[in-house]
Design a protein around this ligand. Structure first.
Ligand code: ADP
Ligand code: MG
Ligand code: MG
Ligand code: MG
Ligand code: MG
Length: 444
């Protein structure tokens, strides 16, 4: 690992760090933390910091509530946006039981388990996420709204793009925290933005996604704006996705998806990996697209995929697209995920599904070229192209009882997740929406 305990002690001393946040992520992808003072650092480094697990949704019952936080030393970072005297730093932590075993409800553990399995097969998964979000105004009380006076679109420049300085500020802060930001730009919808950072191994990438969201929200707030990763905040406009670019490499870092002998210059492993994802896609959609609202984004006409298919070209209507770069940049792009996902669970599912494809040598269905949004249902049926779940209810149905998902997530998370999503769907179905009232009240 990058840092030893001694390195950390020295950095905390030299950098005048006063507070340290011990962070972790709950099952539903919410970042949690407890702050300790620098005086407690040794205790934290000895894995002796504890919290009450029963206070966290989806974690444990009251009678087994002591949980321990084991800091991952390599995740030590100082928050650049906090005071520069008496600084604030953080660790991302693993959650452990009092008896020293990893807590099965810790999503980071689920991903670590999948990563270990890949490692045993000789693979490293590399992940590059593309993070989209909206910057909206807040009202007089500081509450977030969905309004903006911005009217810019894809790749627009200032002065039309009003958030140039916010994006700049987010990027600079991320770079100070060790991110290599590759690109940032205005997205298609008004007030919508994208920031892309460099790919890295799956665990780091999931940590980075959590850090990114925290940083974006914090910096936006300093500019008087609310950064939201809600998948579809406004009807009739593009929603925010989080495309996941993936490739496998060996321990030496050689890209194992590249093969110059192949017509598409893709390897057998790349095809199997895609086939695995396509096979398990329906059951894992609830992880990549976890909210009632996620499915409002997955409709035709807004660049979001709706069919379970792959395409070797720049076909943006397909679920998996192969971006044109080859060689070290050979990768597949999964286009359905949105940033409401828990990145640890979603990446664990993608990796495990891909490995299943490799292990079972699952055959890849023929690719689908052309715009699927405009194809007739009949044509799609002929090609055996299935739709991804249309609602959270459909996603629950595909997930419920799926033995593969149970194995990937473990019994604890599998069950807690199912229960919570069933409740969410029941709550939603009980709502009478504005749309219904406006459509039906007068006419019926
Ligand atoms: P798009 O063309 O879909 O807009 P972007 O250029 O915005 O894609 O993002 C590309 C992402 O893919 C970046 O995060 C980049 O680091 C990542 N990437 C590049 N090469 C690889 C690779 N070999 N494996 C995984 N991800 C990669
Ligand atoms: Mg992009
Ligand atoms: Mg791009
Ligand atoms: Mg985009
Ligand atoms: Mg993309």
């Amino acid at each position: 690992s990058k840092y030893s305990k001694e390195d950390i002690m020295r950095m905390v001393e030299d950098e005048d760090v006063e507070f340290i946040r011990l962070q972790f992520t709950d099952i539903f992808g919410m970042l949690k933390n407890v702050a300790i003072t620098a005086g407690q650092l040794e205790k934290a480094l000895d894995n002796r910091c504890m919290f009450d697990g029963s206070a966290i949704e989806g974690f444990v019952r009251i009678d087994e509530s002591d949980m321990y936080l084991y800091p991952d030393l390599d995740t030590f970072e100082v928050f650049p946006w906090r005071p520069q005297q008496g600084k604030v730093a953080r660790f991302i932590c693993d959650v452990y039981n009092p008896n020293g075993t990893p807590f099965s409800g810790d999503p980071r553990y689920v991903l670590k388990r999948a990563v270990k399995r890949a490692q045993d097969m000789g693979y490293v998964l590399n992940v590059g996420p593309e993070c989209e979000f909206f910057l909206f105004h807040t009202d007089e009380e500081g509450r977030p709204t969905t309004s903006t006076h911005e009217m810019a679109g894809y790749f627009d420049v200032s002065p039309i793009d009003l958030a140039e300085n916010v994006r700049r500020d987010i990027v600079l802060n991320l770079e100070e925290m060790g991110f290599q930001v590759e690109a940032s730009h205005h997205e298609i919808a008004p007030a919508q933005h994208e920031i892309d950072f460099q790919y890295t191994d799956a665990l780091r990438a999931a940590d980075n996604i959590m850090t990114f969201k925290m940083a974006a929200k914090t910096i936006a707030k300093r500019h008087g704006l609310h950064a939201t990763f809600m998948p579809k905040p406004r009807e009739g406009m593009n929603g925010s996705g989080m495309h996941i670019n993936m490739s496998l490499s060996d321990k030496e870092g050689r890209n194992l998806f590249a093969d110059d002998q192949d017509a598409l210059r893709l390897s057998r492993d790349a095809y199997y990996f895609m086939a695995g994802i396509l096979r398990h896609m329906k059951a894992m959609t609830i992880l990549t697209n976890p909210l009632v609202n996620s499915y409002k984004r997955l409709i035709p006409g807004f660049d979001a995929p709706i069919y379970i298919a792959w395409s070797p070209t720049s076909n943006r209507s397909s679920l998996i697209r192969i971006p044109s770069p080859r060689g070290e940049s050979t990768r597949i792009e999964l286009r359905c995920p949105d940033s409401a996902m828990n990145p640890y669970l979603a990446l664990a599912a993608c990796l495990s599904a891909g490995l299943d494809g490799i292990e079972k040598k699952i055959g890849l269905p023929a690719c689908v070229e052309g715009n699927m949004f405009t194809m007739e249902p009949e044509e799609l049926r002929e090609r055996n192209v299935e739709r991804i779940p249309e609602t959270l209810g459909d996603a629950i149905e595909a997930y419920n009882g799926d033995s593969f998902m149970k194995e990937v997530l473990g019994e604890h998370i599998y069950t807690k997740y199912l229960e919570a999503k069933e409740q969410e769907w029941r709550d939603f179905r009980a709502q009478v929406t504005d749309w219904e009232v406006s459509q039906y009240l007068y006419k019926y």
